[in-house]
Design a binder for this molecule. Structure first.
Ligand code: AOF
Ligand code: ZN
Length: 322
């Protein structure tokens, strides 16, 4: 299942509104086929894996309950599996889509397939976080990226921020972009840095996500649109407006400090990616502006450390909503 989950991450940022599912087929202890949801959402992971091998009697590992609905876009994976007749299907998490929601499991069990459910729901929800956020919260999953000095600054008093972190951390940040459907920046960043927000990693250039700019004033947005050197922006009048972004299940908020604070204050950040450089900056601009925190007690218990490692000279820490 770990191998199927790793495959599912390949689709992240490219399959919305469909989940990025992963699937492996195992025979005699060897992986004989692999599949993952393709860009645009079809073919589904199971369809891709089953197309490559005779799965009769084999074990199928899939990160999401196989879909039970036949649609104009393709067959139901549960039907494909019944036809392929594997001996066992192992599922990491259920599919909350009302067209499936248990019906996929039932179809396979009725056909005599041994089905093992819910083996790694936490990891599956992490990998397909945007799909679950849409279903459960009616909005995309949000990652906030911060690159700071040891003392928590993101820029010098004059605004200089290039560069705080080294090349390894910056490459990792590009990977985060590749995993998003939409990158969001504040108006200041969009106007002053003229950022391209593209993915500058070999072989991943075509994974550049959409770009949105957060600014309450439409006239400010219109001015930005006039600049020839800018990418095509979508407009967000508030952090909550992410709910209305089409085909967007994974949002990456890249700054500046005002936009970051707005998302934190609106309690819309689900995951924090913090790059910390071994430098001290003293006075300057802190990573977040005002987040309307009244009591220190209210700041506690909100974040759980998920991952911590070095990236070159810098430190990466990933936190998720506790
Ligand atoms: C699977 N395997 O790889 C994916 C699934 O628009 P459609 O017809 O593709 O259906 C979208 C629904 O299919 C989506 O809401 C989710 O329930 C399921 N996605 N299911 O068996 C896959 N991506
Ligand atoms: Zn399917």
């Amino acid at each position: 299942m770990a191998a199927a989950l790793a495959l599912s991450w390949r689709g992240r940022g490219r399959t919305a509104p469909n989940p990025n599912v992963g699937c492996v087929i195992v025979r005699d202890g060897r992986i004989v086929s692999r599949g993952w949801t393709q860009p645009g959402g079809r073919p589904h992971a199971e369809a891709m894996a089953l197309a490559r091998v005779d799965a009769r009697g084999a074990d199928v590992y899939v990160t999401l309950e196989p879909c039970a609905h036949a649609s104009g876009r393709g067959p139901a994976c549960a039907d494909l599996l019944v036809e392929a007749a594997p001996g066992r299907v192992v599922v990491a998490a259920g599919d909350p889509d009302p067209r499936t929601d248990g019906a996929g499991i039932e179809k396979m069990r009725n056909a005599g397939i041994d089905v093992v459910e819910n083996v790694l729901p936490g990891e599956a929800r992490r990998a397909m976080a945007g799909f679950f956020a849409r279903r459960e919260k009616g909005r995309p999953h949000v990652t906030l990226k911060l690159a700071t000095s040891l003392d928590g600054q993101v820029a010098l008093p004059d605004g200089t921020s290039q560069w705080i972190t080294g090349p390894e951390a910056r490459a990792h940040a590009h990977l985060e972009r590749a995993l998003a459907d939409m990158v969001v920046v504040g108006r200041g960043t969009a106007a002053s840095d003229a950022p391209t927000l593209n993915v500058r990693l070999d072989g991943l250039g075509e994974r550049t996500p959409g770009r949105a700019v957060l600014t309450s004033e439409y006239s400010n947005f219109a001015k930005l649109q006039l600049r020839a050197d800018n990418p095509v922006w979508q407009h967000l009048a508030s952090p909550e407006a992410i709910a209305g972004l089409a085909d967007t299940d994974h949002v990456l908020v890249e700054g500046g400090a005002g936009a970051a604070a707005a998302f934190v204050a609106a309690d819309l950040v689900d995951r924090l990616v913090l790059y910390r450089a071994p430098i001290l900056m003293g006075s300057g601009l802190s990573a977040l502006g005002d987040i309307a925190l009244d009591r220190l007690d209210d700041a506690h218990g909100r974040w759980r450390l998920l991952e911590s490692r070095t990236l070159g000279k810098d430190r990466l820490e990933v936190y998720e909503r506790a």
